[in-house]
Design a protein around this ligand. Structure first.
Ligand code: G3P
Ligand code: MG
Length: 240
């Protein structure tokens, strides 16, 4: 295992929603596959429902499960009764941490509102029982207010600010947030933004890169990592 990679040095290839190009996204099966494919970091999305953080991308259930309605309007019991693909259940974040057991890094993306506090509580528990170390975590969100809330609760955990397009003042907002990294769509990233972020001491991670050409193009642009549905793409870095 490359601990330098887990420590977020070098070029990082995040398994986006697990190995979601091969298995139903955000299921334990998908994360297991990512581990088998040699991923050093995985990315996942969470909502808070009742007393748990649940792992799912959309705010509605239809696309990825056999359920209906909004995730946050459903009971935990209902959510756990659903098929999230190939007979998999919607995982609890806690289960994902248990599966990974400190072997790879995890980027938890706060999708739902009111996720900062329960995540901080869960992380505190996992750090205390040594299921993981703080270097194995990166917490991100498009919701910068929720992200700031998390940062205020757990200053020692790295945060990444998600954006789609390039803001007027480039990466200034992320520096102000006290972020470790800024995560940008591959459609909008450019050299100027990368230079500005680096000047501010921020890493730049790009989503979602699913082919070799784009991957090599991103590396040539000087970004620090990519999110991909096909974590085996990392092998292309050594080759290309
Ligand atoms: O965290 C990177 C990427 O996952 C952000 O977009 O919609 O796939 O969660 P999305
Ligand atoms: Mg995500």
């Amino acid at each position: 295992m490359r601990t330098d990679v887990i420590e977020l040095n070098g070029f990082i290839v995040f398994a986006h929603r697990g190995a979601s190009g091969h298995e139903p996204e955000n299921t334990l099966r998908s994360f297991k596959r990512a581990l088998e494919l040699g991923a050093s970091w995985i990315e996942t999305d969470v909502y808070a429902v009742e007393h748990e953080l649940v792992v799912i991308h959309d705010d509605r259930l239809e696309r990825t499960t056999n359920g209906t309605g909004y995730v946050m309007e459903r009971s935990l019991e209902y959510l756990r009764s659903l098929d999230a693909g190939k007979g998999e259940r919607i995982p609890f974040l806690r289960e994902l941490f248990e599966l990974v057991g400190g072997r790879v890094g995890i980027n938890v993306e706060l999708k739902g509102p009111n996720t900062a506090k329960p995540l901080a509580k869960l992380i505190e528990e996992l750090l205390a029982n040594r299921t993981l170390t703080r270097d194995q975590l990166l917490v991100s969100s498009f919701n910068h207010r929720e992200l700031r809330k998390f940062h205020e609760l757990m200053q020692e955990i790295r945060i990444g600010a998600l954006i789609v397009r390039i803001p007027l003042f480039y990466a200034r907002f992320a520096e102000k947030l006290g972020a470790w990294s800024v995560h940008v769509s591959s459609e909008f990233i450019n050299r100027r933004f990368v230079a500005d972020a680096h000047r501010r001491g921020l890493k730049v991670y790009v989503y979602t890169v699913n082919d070799r050409e784009t991957l090599l193009g991103m590396r040539a642009l000087g970004v620090d990592g990519v999110f991909t549905n096909y974590p085996e793409l990392a092998d292309e870095l050594a080759a290309g």
